[in-house]
Design a protein around this ligand. Structure first.
Ligand SMILES: Cc1cc2nc3c(=O)[nH]c(=O)nc-3n(C[C@H](O)[C@H](O)[C@H](O)COP(=O)(O)O)c2cc1C
Length: 372
């Protein structure tokens, strides 16, 4: 069998991607203490670009000094970050046709670093981190929209091919679209349209600032997995609003920190024990597809086998497949598959990369122990 579709080009907005393989955003904990790009971080991205991924999405990059996901989060909240970012982007662009998107985010109500105040649309206690977030005023929400627009402009000036807005996993933007964490009664809360307004305003703000030709994609919460949280049914309506607004691609994901209180095997990075556990967000993508017209859909979550990825792409529900843990373990995976070694990924989804992130720099623990 040939992997014809997996290795065929496709566009996101005006940008052509050489194959359908995306590196899903993965926090690296490799910036310096202030969020500046380091040589170690550049080396990681050089390896991913060399490995054949068509579109690399960076890890969580903070739009606000007070909104990092953990220690050594990359910063994009000041113009002084641009020159370091440019070095990272240039290292990736040294490889022909490899594209790179910055992922921009604010941790919101799930901030783990004690020195920062959790913030949210509403002061609903987060039972995972045991803190009550401060409710944002309407003016502060406008400030937050501006911080996403400014960070996008910095990504553009740093040479990135596109930007991904992180509106998943319970972080700030995800908490706005969720009926669980957003109980506001101003224009940013209430029905689905109002809870999604922040994402529409961010998109329009970016377009006003940097024009039409810079794709803006989104990692979108498609289910919270907590009682009274965002459901897939409502997520389909949100996806329609985002596609109609003009977002250039949607990568649906799910889960918030509090969902981990119920099960160790929570979204977004579920443990894969058998073939049946793979591609666990495909049903969600299938729900969204009919609502989003021609907006490209990126499938993330448990992609482990190239033949199944090929089949899914041929089926036409999704346009790209996106991986995080497999590419931590094997950054050269796309080239391996392209060269005809179709064996599934070496990643055993032990999730030690995830449990250690923020404590230590990103690495694959199972591969490290095998090579010792
Ligand atoms: C170590 C680690 C860090 C992650 N960091 C991010 C992140 O910065 N932004 C994000 O949107 N998702 C992040 N994720 C989630 C992944 O992008 C992805 O959605 C999830 O792991 C499922 O894909 P996979 O089965 O290919 O790993 C992270 C996952 C892991 C394992």
């Amino acid at each position: 069998m040939e992997l014809k579709t997996l290795f065929s080009p496709e566009k996101i907005g005006s940008i052509s991607i050489k194959n359908r393989i995306v590196r899903s955003a993965t926090y690296e904990s490799m910036a310096d203490e202030r969020g500046y790009v380091t040589d170690k971080l550049i080396k990681l991205y050089d390896g991913l670009a060399r490995g054949g991924t068509g579109l690399i999405i960076t890890g969580f990059s903070a739009v606000d000094e007070e909104g990092p996901v953990g220690p050594k989060t990359v910063g994009l909240y000041d113009d002084s970050f641009i020159s370091g970012q440019k070095k990272l982007v240039d290292a990736v662009h040294d490889y022909p046709d490899v594209r790179i998107s910055a992922q921009i985010a604010h941790c919101g109500r799930q901030i783990l670093l004690p020195k920062f105040q959790p913030i949210a649309p509403s002061p609903i206690a987060d039972k995972f981190i045991n803190r009550i977030p401060r409710e944002l005023s309407t003016d502060e929400i406008q400030g937050s929209i501006k911080s996403f627009v400014d960070a996008s402009r910095r990504a553009y000036e740093g040479g990135y091919d596109m930007v991904q807005i992180h509106a998943a996993h319970g972080y700030l933007l995800s908490s706005f679209i969720s009926p669980y964490s957003n109980k506001r009664s101003d224009e940013f809360g209430g029905d689905t349209q109002k809870r999604t307004k922040i994402l529409v305003d961010i998109y329009n703000g970016i377009r006003d600032e940097i024009g039409k030709d810079f794709p803006v994609i989104i990692k979108m919460q498609s289910r919270d997995d907590v009682a009274s949280g965002l459901s897939i049914e409502e997520a389909t309506d949100i996806a329609k609003i985002l596609a109609d607004t003009g977002y250039d691609a949607i990568e649906p994901s799910g889960g918030i920190y509090e969902a981990r209180l119920k099960t160790k095997n929570a979204l977004p990075s579920k443990i894969i024990k058998s073939r049946e556990d793979e591609t666990y967000l495909l049903p969600n993508a299938g729900e969204l597809k009919p609502k989003i017209g021609n907006c490209p859909l990126i499938l993330v979550g448990g992609i482990r086998d190239p033949l199944s990825a090929e089949k899914i792409l041929e089926g036409g529900i999704v346009d790209f497949v996106s991986m995080s843990r497999p590419l931590i373990c094997e950054p050269e995976l796309p080239t391996r598959w392209r060269n005809g070694d179709f064996s599934p990924v070496a990643c055993i989804s032990c999730n030690r990369c995830l449990f250690n992130i923020g404590i230590k720099p990103l690495k694959c623990y199972s591969r490290a122990s095998k090579s010792q």
